[in-house]
Design a protein around this ligand. Structure first.
Ligand SMILES: Nc1ncnc2c1ncn2[C@@H]1O[C@H](COP(=O)(O)OP(=O)(O)OP(=O)(O)O)[C@@H](O)[C@H]1O
Length: 244
């Protein structure tokens, strides 16, 4: 695997106020918890990477933070406010959410996709100038990497205060992953609070400030990414010490 060397990775970002916070969060499906008693706070300017094997509870955590899955117990607060709101209200208050499915409209052109975002298309192109020559094409004809850049660029152009990103790198080539994660780092350095779910441990460590490793719905390890960069085996051990 090629190691991601995103700009700014080695320098801790200046962190601000807590933007999104979970306290004693238990969440799941049909009353059955998939995440147990999770505490998490993310400040503006930092990237917290959620790592763990398949089924560990990472996506459920993001869905609960996004308000798409209701807490069974505990709270999720956005700028100190734990009231549940409709998705469009959360977006207006600065929530950017990229789900595991590529968040683009395949039948529309790249330009039309960008126009549907909260920000200006030009702002998305500042993150990914390589998209400009493809914007007149239908998005279904673009590569997976270009689609993902479009989805991320559109969210970042809207200047979110928090970005929740689930498996941005899924199935993409290392160079594309590097571009995507560098854009996430750049957004964090501009003050966005980021929760990044990633399968690629080394690439996540290269851009994150803090790491939480989940197993069976619980956080089993937390640490500073800088301390773990040279010793990713400490994280891998948690993947291997039991399924999920
Ligand atoms: N819609 C759902 N209905 C019922 N159970 C679900 C649903 N989605 C996930 N689960 C269960 O919740 C648990 C946690 O899944 P989750 O998707 O949060 O894990 P994950 O760490 O994101 O895994 P992956 O890396 O495979 O996406 C798993 O046991 C999974 O089977």
């Amino acid at each position: 695997m090629t190691q991601t060397t995103a700009p700014g990775a080695a320098t801790p970002s200046r962190v601000g106020d807590v933007v999104i916070e979970a306290r004693g969060l238990t969440a799941g499906y049909g009353g059955t918890p998939a995440v147990h008693d999770l505490d998490l706070d993310v400040r503006g300017g930092e990237i917290v990477a959620l790592l763990g094997a398949n089924g560990a509870g990472k996506t459920t955590t993001l869905l609960a933070l996004a308000g798409e899955v209701s807490p069974i117990a505990g709270t999720v607060s956005f700028h100190g406010d734990s009231r549940r709101r409709a998705l469009h209200q959360r977006a207006r208050r600065g929530l950017g959410f990229l789900t595991e499915e590529r968040c683009v409209f395949m039948e529309l052109t790249g330009w039309q996709n960008l126009k549907l975002g909260r920000g200006k298309p030009e702002a998305a192109l500042e993150f990914f100038p390589e998209l400009e020559e493809h914007l007149s094409k239908r998005v279904g004809l673009l590569s997976g990497g270009q689609q993902q850049m479009l989805a991320l660029g559109r969210v970042l152009a809207g200047e979110p205060r928090v970005l929740l990103a689930d498996e941005l790198s899924l199935g993409l080539a290392p160079l594309v992953v590097e571009r995507l994660l560098a854009a996430v780092r750049r957004a964090a350095d501009a003050g966005v609070a980021v929760v990044l779910v990633e399968q690629h441990v080394r690439q996540a460590l290269a851009v994150a400030d803090r790491v939480k490793v989940m197993r069976r719905g619980r956080v089993v390890m937390s640490g500073d990414a800088a301390d773990l960069r040279d010793d990713p085996e400490r994280i891998a051990a948690h993947y291997l010490s039991g399924a999920q």
